[in-house]
Design a binder for this molecule. Structure first.
Ligand SMILES: NC(=O)c1ccc[n+]([C@@H]2O[C@H](COP(=O)([O-])OP(=O)(O)OC[C@H]3O[C@@H](n4cnc5c(N)ncnc54)[C@H](OP(=O)(O)O)[C@@H]3O)[C@@H](O)[C@H]2O)c1
Length: 239
């Protein structure tokens, strides 16, 4: 099993929810972490928790949907870290509503964040991974990226697109020893799903928890470099 100690990771949306659980799990493996998000206060709090686990932890504040800000934010992380080995494209938003009722602005915002944000961040990180001829990119889609449902048009459109982009990228960059993994988890009791009312806080016995998602990512990263987890669908056993 490959050790991950001293690797450097960027986790977008690492301040809370699945991103934070992944950051904590990475810190426990000895990985230095840069987390990103829009709310500086929340990022600062999470960085303190990560530092307490004995790793180097930094943050950058930017909206993944704004390419100019992404360029500055990623450059500042790479300046401070010197290098990057792992990118977890996790930042995302969800909102549900009927096709006609959902405001055009809200619908577009979901695509801008979940799809364009992942594209912008990857575009800025990828040249560094290609230069070092090794790296890992984990792209977070959803079961909503495999099946459309009533009231999920914007979220499903963004997450279907992520799967297509991610698979195309995987085929393009594996020759550089870069492993691209697409995850399609079902409902996990994160900050987001609790706020949306699709999961509850006291569901540990039956519903996926953020740390389960983090465990899957670590398991994929620990595979020998010759092996790559292409995609994985994580489900609750008996919700
Ligand atoms: N929870 C689930 O059941 C579930 C299931 C399948 C897939 N997913 C996917 O998993 C990912 C994480 O979800 P989560 O449940 O952990 O959500 P969450 O608890 O709401 O956390 C989302 C994170 O993304 C950041 N973020 C949101 N919009 C951003 C933007 N425009 N620019 C930069 N950062 C942004 C947030 O920080 P700021 O708000 O400070 O920016 C936060 O750190 C998402 O891509 C989601 O679609 C979740």
């Amino acid at each position: 099993m490959k050790s991950l100690k001293n690797k450097k990771a960027i986790i977008t949306g690492g301040s809370r929810g699945l991103g934070k659980a992944t950051a904590v799990a990475f810190a426990q493996e000895g990985i230095d972490i840069a987390i990103t998000g829009r709310s500086e206060d929340v990022l600062k709090e999470t960085v303190k928790e990560l530092e307490a686990l004995g790793v180097k932890a930094i943050y950058a504040v930017f909206d993944v949907g704004n390419y100019e800000d992404v360029k500055t934010g990623i450059a500042s992380i790479i300046d401070r870290f010197g290098t990057v080995d792992i990118l977890v494209n996790n930042a995302g938003i969800a909102a549900f509503g009927s096709f006609n009722d959902m405001d055009v602005k809200e619908w577009s915002q979901i695509i801008q964040t979940n799809l364009m944000g992942m594209y912008f961040v990857t575009k800025e990180v990828l040249p560094h991974l290609i230069d070092q001829n090794e790296g890992d990119i984990i792209n977070v889609s959803s079961t909503a990226g495999l099946n459309g449902n009533a009231n999920t048009s914007a979220y499903s459109a963004s997450k279907f697109a992520v799967i297509g982009m991610s698979e195309a990228l995987m085929k393009e960059v594996r020759k550089h020893n870069i492993r691209v993994c697409t995850l399609t988890p079902s409902t996990i009791a994160s900050d987001m799903s609790i706020e949306l009312g699709i999961a509850t806080k006291d569901s540990e016995d039956s519903v996926l928890q953020p740390e389960d998602f983090a465990e899957l990512i670590i398991a994929g990263l620990k595979l020998p470099r010759r092996a790559m987890l292409k995609s994985a669908a994580l489900w609750s056993t008996n919700p």
